[in-house]
Ligand binder design. Sequence first.
Ligand SMILES: [Zn+2]
Length: 194
Amino acid sequence: MLTCHIVQDLLPMYIEGLVSEETARDIQQHLAGCPECEAYYQQLITPVQTETELVEVQEIDFLKKVRQRFTKRLAVILLLVGLVFSGAAYLYAVGQPLRSDEVDVTRKIADEQLLLDFSKPKTGFLKVTSKVTVNEDGSYVVELTPKKLLKMPFDDVGEGGFSWAWVLNTEQQEELTFVIKFKDRELVFEKDDF
Ligand SMILES: [Zn+2]
C-alpha cells in the first residue's frame, strides 16, 4: 500500500506518464479510495491561469488604455497643428484688410487706363485682391481690397506699394464703379470722378 505523501510525490510523474504500469495501478487504486489525494490530483490536472498569464492580460489592458489615450492626444495635436497652419495661412497668405489710414491710394488716368497706386503699408507687405462684378444692366463694379500680409521668413517679396491698372473701354463700360474696401470704410468712385 502506498501512503498519501508517496502518492502525492509521485502524482506529477504519474500525470506525465513516467511511472511504471504497476505504480500507475497502485496510484489509481489509492486515488479511488482517498478523497484527499484525489482532490490534490484534480488540482494538478486542472489547467489554471498562471500568474504570468494574468500579468500579461493586465499589461495588454494597460497598453490598450495607453493607446487610446495616445490616439486622443494625437487627435488633439493634429487639430492644434491644423489651427496653427490655418492661422499662419491667414496671416501670411490671406492677409488682413488694411484700414484707410494704413495705406494711401492715389488715382489717375493715363493712356486710357485708370491707375491706382497703393502705398507701402506701415507694417507687413501689401496684397490687393480684386473682384469684378458685371451686373445685368451692363454696369461694372470693381472691388479692390488692400490687405496686409506678414512677411514670410526667407521671402524676398518687396515691401513696396502696389500699382493696379484698369483699361478703360468707354463703349462697353458705360457704368463703371470702383470700390476700394478698407477695413473701416469704403471708398467709392465712378470713372468720371477725376
Ligand atoms: Zn491518500
